[in-house]
Design a protein around this ligand. Structure first.
Ligand code: PHE
Length: 332
């Protein structure tokens, strides 16, 4: 039996086959068990001899099966490793890395420029009281200029801010001059969506209040901003304008990136593109916030971030910035 078992083991090539052999030789109905069952018919002298022999054979077969099992397992493992081996020379799958939105890129850049000029960044609520968005900015109820900013009202006196100028009021209420802040953020106007309008867009407000602040400081600050953004040959132009919360007020144009002031299709022959509103903070606004307008003066400006981004990257349609099309966003 032992010889037969060893031969069978040598021929056996699988773990399953090995199990069959175990049953055949050592199982309850196996060959060796058959012999042990017949032990009852043996004489008292023969029984221990045969018994010992049978046990030794059982032990040997068990050990042989154990060895074979270890060998087969090692073989199987080896095959598995070979079949699963990785070809490290294959090219990898590229992982696409997230990018900043162009609005974020330019907002960060503008922030950096102003931080370098000693400004700090202020924040204000997007859901705002009428008072901060209009009234404290010298726009009392029924003021005609309110109509120029189509407002989303939430209640009679709560609205979505139409301009970041609301932050000016918060800052002046909470801070004594000297004040030097910018405040970037979302603003809302109930405009229909087209290439140059969106009900949600972004402004960056600027406010400086101190002793002896003049229009020249305003112009110098904005000129530096535009040179940093668009290059040293960039020029700006101030045109008289009207805002209820600044006096005097100006609209600020920046030299057309396409024709450098010559006049072309993009700037409609003007040579300049309108970029922001600005002016000297109205004494009434200062006084309303508890700042003595006999001692202090200030300038403020509000620029549309989308316009800067569009001019910067030569984007012709504002909608691209909100559609989150990766073919567009991947370019920045
Ligand atoms: N808030 C004005 C607007 O949205 C811009 C502005 C800001 C003008 C500050 C003057 C001073 O049009």
């Amino acid at each position: 039996i032992e010889a037969a078992a060893k031969q069978a083991l040598a021929d056996c090539g699988s773990i399953k086959g090995l199990d069959d052999l175990r049953v055949r030789f050592l199982g309850k109905k196996g060959e060796l068990t058959g012999i042990l069952k017949q032990m009852g018919g043996l004489s008292a002298e023969e029984r221990p001899v045969i018994g010992q022999l049978a046990n030794k054979v059982r032990g040997d077969i068990e050990a042989a099966i154990g060895d074979k099992l270890a060998k087969l397992k090692a073989q199987e493992q080896e095959m598995k490793i070979r079949s699963e081996s990785i070809d490290i020379t294959l090219p990898g799958k590229p992982q696409s890395v997230g990018k900043l939105h162009p609005l974020t890129i330019v907002a960060n850049e503008v922030k950096e420029i102003f931080l370098g000029m000693g400004f700090s960044v202020a924040d204000g609520p997007e859901v705002e009281y009428d008072y901060y968005n209009f009234e404290a900015l010298n726009l009392p109820p029924n003021h005609p200029a309110r109509d120029t900013q189509d407002t989303f009202y939430i209640t009679d006196n709560i609205l979505l801010r139409t301009q970041t100028s609301s932050v000016q009021v918060h800052v002046m209420e909470n801070q004594k001059p000297p004040i030097r802040i910018i405040s970037p953020g979302r603003v809302y106007r109930s405009d229909a969506v087209d290439a140059t309008h969106s009900p949600l867009f972004h402004q960056i407000e600027g406010l400086v209040v101190d002793k002896g602040v003049t229009m020249a400081d305003l112009k110098g600050t904005l000129e530096l901003l535009m040179k940093r953004l668009y290059g040293d040959d960039c020029k700006i132009r101030l045109r008289p304008h009207h805002f209820p919360f600044t006096e005097p007020s100006a609209e600020v144009d920046v030299m057309c990136f396409n024709c450098h002031g010559e006049g072309c299709r993009i700037c409609k022959g003007e040579g300049y593109i309108e970029l922001l509103g600005a002016g000297m903070v109205h004494p009434k606004v200062l006084e309303g916030c508890g700042i003595d307008s006999e001692i202090y003066s200030g300038f403020a400006f509000g620029l549309g971030l989308e316009r800067i981004v569009m001019r910067r990257y030569n984007i012709s349609d504002m909608r691209l910035m909100y559609e989150n099309d990766l073919r567009f966003l991947d370019q920045f």
